[in-house]
Design a protein around this ligand. Sequence first.
Ligand SMILES: *Cc1c(COP(=O)(O)O)cnc(C)c1O
Length: 705
Amino acid sequence: MENDPIPNLPARIGGLADLAYNLWWSWHPEARELWRALDLQAYRESGHNPVRILSLISPEALERAAGDAAFLALYDRVMEQFRRETGTPPRGFPGHPEASPGSVAYFSAEFGVHVSLPVYAGGLGILAGDTLKEASDLGLPLVGVGLIYSHGYVRQRLRDDGWQEEIREPFDTSAYPLRRAADREGNALLVPVPLFDPPIYIGVWRTMVGRIPLYLLTTDLAQNQPWDRAISHDLYTADIEQRLRQEIVLGIGGMQALRALGETPAAVHLNEGHPAFASLERLAAHTAGGMSWSEAVSTVRGTTVFTTHTPLRAGTDLFPFPLVERYLLPYCERSGIPRDGVLALGLDPADPGAGFNMTAFAMRLSHTTNAVSRRHAAVASGMWSGVRWDDTAVPIRAITNGVHLATWSEPLRVQALFDRYLGPAWRERPDDPAAWEGVEGIPDEELWRVHEERKNALIAEIDARARRRWQSGTTSAASLIAAGTLLDPHVLTVGFARRFTAYKRPTLILHDLDRLQRLLADPLRPVQLVFSGKAHPADLEGKRLIQQVYRLALDPRFAGRIAFVAEYDQHLAKYLVAGVDVWLNTPLPPLEASGTSGMKSSVNGVPVLSILDGWWPEGYTGTNGWAFGGDGIPGDRTAADADALYQLLEREVVPLYYDRGPDEIPHRFVRVMKEAIRTIAPRFSTRRMVREYCELYRAALNQGG
Ligand SMILES: *Cc1c(COP(=O)(O)O)cnc(C)c1O
C-alpha cells in the first residue's frame, strides 16, 4: 500500500506487513516470537513496534529471514493462525447472530491496546483495549472509535529530588500501526464537523485489533487553524473549552466519521462520559430525518449502553452552560432539536448550577447504565438517584471489570504452565470456573520456580533501566538506589503500581515509619516495596506523593528496600504484575470504582493485599489473598487503615512467605497463589465481562430493529 514504510519486503514473507498493522500479534505468543526472531535488537529499540521494526531492519536481514527454514516454519504457522482468526467475518452476538459488521460502535477517549500505540493514560484505556481484544476473540461485530493525541504520550522522568517531569513524545502517525482511512474515491478522508464555522476537519486513521477495526480521529491537520489543530494535542486537557471541543470531535465527529466510512452502527457503547455527544449526534440525525423529539430520544436511549467509571463527582466532566449553548445550540436548532430539551438532559439535580453534566446526559440517553463493580453500582445509584427518565430514577447495574487473560498472564512461563496443567480449556473457556480446577494439580515446586523466574526477570528489568539512566549521564549515583538497584530476589516483595493520585493513597504503607522500618529492615524476614506510577501533569498532589516515596527510597534507614521505578506503562506493568510477591491496593473507600491491576496480578499467582473496595469485596474468598478495612470507619481513617495493613503483613503475609520446609518452598503461601489464580481468572476475565455486555448489546440491537 501507498504509505507503507516497507519497500523491501521479500514476497515470501510479504504477510509481515499485514501482521505489523494488526495488533493481533501482541496477544499471540508465537507471533511475538516471530518479531523477536526477525530482529531482536530492532524489536527492543523500536519499543516493540513491528511497523518500526520493518523500517529499521536492513534489506539483507529481510532476505536472510526469507531464506531461513526455521524462521519460515514459524512464519507459516503464525500467518495461518492470523488468517484463520482475523480473515473470517464476525459471528454476530450470542443470541443475535444476524448482527452485521460494525453493529456496535464502542466509543472511548483512550485505548490501551499495546505499548506500540500510545493513545491511553491508564486504567480506562487498558480496559477499552482489553475489551476490543476480547471482542475479536469472540468474533463480535464491533468497531472502536477514539482519538489520537498528537502531542503525545506523556513519559515520566524523575529529577534527582524526586519531582516528576514530563517528556512528551510527538506522535508520528507513520511510525505506528495506523493507516489513513480513505473516502470512496480513495482520497484521504476528511470529515467536516458542522458545529464549527468555518468547519474543522477530522482526519481518520485506522488500526486493527484482530478482527476489530479501531478508528482514531485527529484535528491536527494542515487544513485546520492552529487552535483547532490543538483540539487533539493532549489527553484530558485542563482547558475546559478545548476539552468541550475535544469531546464534540470524539462524539459528534466520531459518529460522522463512521457514517463517512460506510459504518452504520445500530447501537453505541459509551465507555465513560467523554464520548457522550455521540448520542446528541444521533438525536440530531433522527430529528433531521423527521422523527419527533420524543421518538428520537426513545430511539437513541433504546440503542445506547453507558458505562460509568467513577464514584467521584469531581471525576465527571462538567461544562459551563453558556459554553455548551454557544457550541451546541445552533447545531441543535438546525436539526430541529429543542434547546431546553438538550440542556435538561445534561442537568444534575444534585448540583444543577454546576454545569452540563456528561454523566447525567449519557445516563438519560442509555437503556442501561452500568457501574464497574457491585460496590460501585451501589455507590453510583445513590450518587445519581436524582437523574430520571420521565418519572423513574435511571437504574444502575453492575458489570464488574475484567482483564484479557492472554494479555495479562505472562506468556512464556505462566501460560505454558496453564497449557500443561489445564489443557486448551483455559483458552477456549476462560470464564468457566471448571476450566481452572486443574490449577490445584500444578505441583507447588513448579509454580514456585516459575514465579521465582518472573521475579528475577522483574529485577533484571529494573536493573537494566537503572543502567540506561546511569549511562545517559543525567542522574546521580544515589538515585539509582531509589530506582531499585538494591532489590533482592530472596526478599518478600510488595508491589504498588498505578496512577499516583490522592484517593489511591500510595503512601498509606508509609504512614508509620518506625513500624515500616522494623518490617523492611528485619534481619531474618525482610520486606521490600516496589512503587511505580505517573501523576497526571496537572496533579501536583500526585507529584508530591511520588516525591515522598522517592525520598524514603533514598533514606539509608530503609536499607535500599524501597524502590520507585519510573515510567509505568503497559510494558512495565506486565513485569510488575507477574514479578512481585504481593499486590498492594489501598484506596480510600468507596472511591476505587473497580481497579484491575489486582486481577492482572492474581492471574499470575501474585495474590492481592487490598482494602475492601472496588472489585475486591466480590473477589475476595478468604483464602485467595488478604483483605482489610472496608466500610464503617468515619472521619480520618488513615491511621486505622495503616494499622490494619501493618498487622496483616506482620502476622500473616510475612510468616507465610518465610515459612519454608526443607525444600525451601513456602507451601502455605503457594496455596494462596493457587487460590488466586483458580478463583479470580474466570470471574474477572474480559470473557465474562464482554459476555455480560453482549446481553446489553442484544437488547439494544433488538430495539434498533
Ligand atoms: C491495569 C493498568 C492500570 C489500571 O490499574 P488500577 O489498579 O485499575 O489502578 C493503569 N495503568 C496501566 C499501565 C495498567 O496496566
